[in-house]
Design a protein around this ligand. Structure first.
Ligand SMILES: *Cc1c(COP(=O)(O)O)cnc(C)c1O
Length: 399
């Protein structure tokens, strides 16, 4: 299936069929898991169908998943890694060299910040933060000739800020830099940054793509961009092979299985989250709700334009009563488990200040102490509301 083809099948069809053809030999409807490290050669460098040699370079289960990923992200090539961070690390090392500069959107994932700030800095790569989600602010942060990557996450974590990907892509193009979008939160079901001008998309497939909280993984997806006179896809493919942080066959299988139901799951994540956000907003014991589906959210109109069919499954809010109420709330939920991570079928809650965003405490990018983040699962809406209701009551009672 060529995904640049305009006769492109619909998203759900691509998610189920791209790279997932029945096994040619046995007819198994689901392609087998090729749990092998190496492949027989019939003579020196005489490979069998597919040219497989050694599983760090390529493996049929991973290749199938990568084809499926490229198809759902409207890219030409995808690369699957052992984690989201491994994918980000490979991408950045494939395109940067000492002296280069990265512009990071305000709310980037804590692990991305850590990688850039504490690892890449040792190799002479510098960075700056954009104070908002605005493309004008991004443009003002670019250093002519030095900035090689702009890194954007939208909707952002945990404040759900919305950025204009197409405007950021123009800033990147004008600077001769690459725009990388971390599309983990929206997932390919709601947003395809490559179609809006981004040059590369990264995912933590651990989240919505895997979707069942049972596998860690990451991906880089690209289109036809060239970088330093070479196809970006070749640079990343080489780094994946040379660095070796690949997704294993079983992890690729689990993530591919999850991806098949992504569009369907995302519908329920979005409809549950919109109802819950409206319900939270209507309550006296909730001070503030962050969800792009609410009309008063500053990014609502942009989100309506750029997100397809929903506003995602993540909500943040501040209960009345401050930090103590937030901590009591997350201890009191029964359906929602207190846990880092997100994007699975089951609901999770966390206090970003102390948990996912602890590395920002004491920096200008610290998140509010009383902020609660919900990863809204796909359970029945009435059970969500009943659980949130009793936990909010506990938070007011006990503080
Ligand atoms: C979880 C996450 C990552 C990192 O992915 P891992 O699979 O945990 O390595 C990167 N970006 C975002 C937005 C994430 O939520």
């Amino acid at each position: 299936m060529t995904v640049t083809d305009f006769s492109l099948p619909g998203l759900a069809t691509r998610a189920i069929h791209a790279g997932q053809e029945p096994d040619a030999t046995t007819g198994a409807v689901v392609p087998p898991i090729y749990q092998t490290s190496t492949f027989v050669q019939d003579g020196v460098n005489e490979f069998r169908t597919g040219g497989y040699e050694y599983s760090r370079g390529s493996n049929p289960t991973r290749s199938g998943f990568e084809e499926q990923l490229a198809a759902v992200e409207c890219g030409t090539r995808a690369f699957a890694f052992a984690s989201g961070m491994a994918a980000e690390d490979a991408l950045l090392r494939a395109v940067l060299k000492p002296g280069d500069h990265i512009v990071l959107a305000a709310d980037v994932y804590g692990g991305t910040f850590r990688l850039v700030d504490q690892v890449l800095s040792k190799w002479g790569v510098t960075h700056s933060f954009v104070p908002s989600a605005s493309a004008d602010d991004a443009s003002a942060t670019v250093r002519a000739g030095e900035t090689k990557v702009l890194w954007l996450e939208t909707p952002s974590n945990p404040l759900l800020r919305i950025a204009d990907i197409a405007a950021w892509a123009q800033v990147a193009d004008a600077a001769g830099a690459l725009l990388v979008v971390d599309n983990t939160f929206a997932s390919p079901a709601l947003q395809n940054p490559l179609t809006l001008g981004a040059h590369a998309v990264v995912h933590s497939t651990t989240k919505y793509i895997g979707g069942h909280s049972d596998v860690l993984g990451g991906a880089v997806v690209v289109g036809n961009t060239e970088w330093n006179g070479q196809p970006l896809s070749e640079l990343i493919g080489f780094q994946q092979f040379a660095g070796g942080a690949v997704a294993g066959p079983f992890d690729s299988f689990l993530a591919a299985r999850g991806l098949k139901t992504l569009p369907l799951r995302m519908e329920r994540h979005c409809s549950n989250a919109l109802e819950i956000a409206r319900w939270l907003r209507s309550r006296e014991d909730v001070v503030e709700v962050f969800y792009p589906g609410l009309e008063e959210h500053p990014g609502h109109d942009l989100a309506t334009l750029t997100l397809n069919g929903g506003y995602g499954g993540i909500i943040s809010f501040r209960p009345r009563g401050g930090e103590a109420a937030a901590h009591t709330f997350v201890k009191s939920t029964r359906l929602y488990n207190l846990s880092v991570s997100l994007g699975g079928v089951e609901s999770l809650t966390c206090v970003p200040h102390n948990m996912t965003h602890g590395s920002r405490v004491g920096t200008p990018h610290e998140v509010p102490k009383d902020l609660v983040r919900l990863s809204v699962g796909i359970e029945d809406l009435q059970d969500h509301l009943a659980d949130l209701d009793q936990a909010l009551a506990a938070a007011q009672r006990e503080g």
